[in-house]
Write a protein that binds this ligand. Structure first.
Ligand SMILES: [Fe+2]
Length: 400
C-alpha cells in the first residue's frame, strides 16, 4: 500500500460547532482547542510560482499580519513635514520639546496601523528646524539616518560629531549614545530606520535618556570628543583597519565603528563599477559592511546601495526578507507582485518578503537606490532564501 494524502470527508459543521463550543468555555482559562490546520501567511515556494503572496485566514492565523507593497512619494509626504516645521517655527513650545522629535512615521497598509514598514523595520522621516536639538539618548534597537537635505544637520555618536550631507548614511548601532541637531539656517530632513519592531516583538526594546557619563549638567548634547570625519579617517580606507584603537562603541555587541558613510563615496564606488556586468537581479550593487568583521553593519539589518544604468531592467527576484527602498537619484519604476510603482528622487517603497519584483531605470541618467532589509537576521537563523527568474521566465534558486 502506498502512502497517500488521506481523503477528507466533508467537514462536519456540527463537529465544528461543538469544537467551537469547547472554545467558548476554554477561552476564559487561556486555552484554545485546535479546530483546523495552522494557517501560515505564505505558501511554499515550490507550490507558489506566481509569488503574489497568500494570507492565512484560519483561526490559528487570526490576527496574523502580512506586509504589503507600498510607496510613499516625496511630493506627498514632504507636505506633512513642511506643516510640522511651520507649527514648530511658530509655536510657543516647539513640538520637539514635548514629542522629542518632529517626525512622520510610515505605516504599512498590511500591518494594521502598526508603526512599521516591514515585519522588522520602522521608518520615521524627521525635520529639524534651525536650533532644534534631539537630546542625547541610547537604545537597544539599531538605527540609522539617511540624509535627504543638501546639508543635513549633525548627529553626535559616542562623542563623534557627524556633519551630514545628502546621501550620507549615519549609523547609531545598538547601545551607542547619540544626539541630533541642526545649526544651519534651513530645516533639514532625513530618514530614520530602525529594527525597533523586531526588538519590541522580542520584548528587549529599551531606551535611556537620563544618564550619560561626561555629558555635563544641563546639557542636552554630548560633548564633541572626535571631530567630523573621525570614523572615516579610521575605517574609510578600502580594506585598511587601524591597529591602535578599540573598535568598541558604546554598549553594543559588534557595533559597526565606521558610523558615517558619505553619499559621495557611495556614489563614486558605484560609479567606478558601472561598466561591469553587475547582477542581473540587482544591477551594480554594493553592501555596507562593518570593516572590522566584514559582516553587514548590523546583526539584524543589511544596508546596500545600487546603481541602475539608463534603460537597465533587472530580472525578477524574490526573497524571504522584506526590503525598504529609498531613491537617491534617477527615475524609474518597480514591479512588485505584478503591480507597477514609478519613482523619482526621495520616493520610498517597500517590497514585502516572498513577492516577485524587478526594477527598471526609465530615465536618461543613472538611478541610485539605497535598500535596507532584514536579510542579515534571516541568514543568521537559517531562513534567508532567494529566487530569481531568467529572461525566459525560468525560476532559478539563488539562495536555497
Ligand atoms: Fe535614537
Amino acid at each position: 500500500m502506498t502512502l497517500q494524502e488521506p481523503t477528507r470527508p466533508g467537514i462536519s459543521n456540527k463537529a465544528r460547532e461543538l469544537m467551537e463550543g469547547i472554545n467558548t468555555d476554554a477561552g476564559k482559562d487561556n486555552i484554545w482547542v485546535r479546530t483546523q490546520m495552522n494557517a501560515p501567511s505564505q505558501r511554499a515556494w515550490f507550490a507558489d510560482p506566481s509569488g503574489t503572496g497568500t494570507k492565512g485566514t484560519g483561526r490559528v492565523a487570526i490576527g496574523q499580519l502580512k506586509s504589503a507593497p507600498c510607496r510613499w512619494r516625496w511630493k506627498e509626504y514632504k507636505g506633512y513635514l513642511d506643516r510640522l516645521s511651520r507649527i514648530a517655527a511658530e509655536a510657543d513650545v516647539p513640538p520637539i520639546e514635548f514629542a522629542d522629535r518632529q517626525s512622520i512615521l510610515l505605516t504599512n497598509p498590511g500591518l494594521g496601523g502598526r508603526l512599521q514598514v516591514t515585519n522588522t523595520i520602522r521608518c520615521a522621516i524627521s525635520i529639524y528646524n534651525p536650533g532644534d536639538i534631539a537630546p542625547a539618548h541610547v537604545h537597544s534597537p539599531n538605527a540609522s539616518r539617511t540624509i535627504l537635505s543638501a546639508k543635513g544637520g549633525y548627529t553626535n555618536v559616542e562623542g563623534e560629531r557627524c556633519e551630514a550631507t545628502r546621501g550620507d548614511i549615519i549609523l547609531t548601532p545598538n547601545g551607542t549614545w547619540h544626539d541630533h541637531g541642526n545649526e544651519d539656517k534651513e530645516p533639514v530632513i532625513w530618514i530614520d530606520m530602525l529594527d525597533w519592531p523586531l526588538m519590541e516583538f522580542l520584548d528587549c526594546a529599551w531606551v535611556d535618556q537620563e544618564f550619560k557619563p561626561g555629558i555635563g549638567s544641563n546639557q542636552k548634547s554630548q560633548a564633541t570628543i572626535q571631530t567630523n570625519g573621525y570614523s572615516e579617517a579610521l575605517y574609510g580606507n578600502g580594506g585598511l583597519v587601524p591597529t591602535f584603537v578599540s573598535h568598541q562603541r558604546g554598549w553594543g555587541h559588534e557595533p559597526a565603528p565606521y558610523i558615517h558613510f558619505r553619499g559621495d563615496q557611495i556614489r563614486s564606488a558605484l560609479e567606478r563599477l558601472r561598466k561591469e556586468a553587475g547582477d542581473p537581479h540587482e544591477g551594480i550593487q554594493m553592501q555596507l559592511v562593518n570593516p572590522v568583521t566584514g559582516k553587514p553593519v548590523f546583526l539584524t539589518l543589511n544596508y546596500q546601495a545600487q546603481l541602475l544604468r539608463p534603460g537597465e531592467e533587472t530580472q525578477l527576484k524574490r526573497e524571504t526578507c522584506g526590503t525598504f527602498h529609498v531613491v537617491i537619484e534617477g527615475k524609474g519604476k518597480t514591479e512588485i507582485g505584478g503591480q507597477t510603482y514609478d519613482w523619482e528622487p526621495n520616493d520610498i517603497f517597500v517590497v514585502p518578503n516572498f513577492v516577485w519584483r524587478k526594477h527598471i531605470n526609465t530615465g536618461t541618467s543613472d538611478a541610485i537606490i539605497y535598500t535596507v532589509s532584514d536579510s542579515t537576521l534571516l541568514r543568521s537563523i537559517g531562513q534567508y532564501r532567494a529566487q530569481g527568474k531568467d529572461k525566459a521566465g525560468k525560476v532559478i534558486q539563488l539562495v536555497q
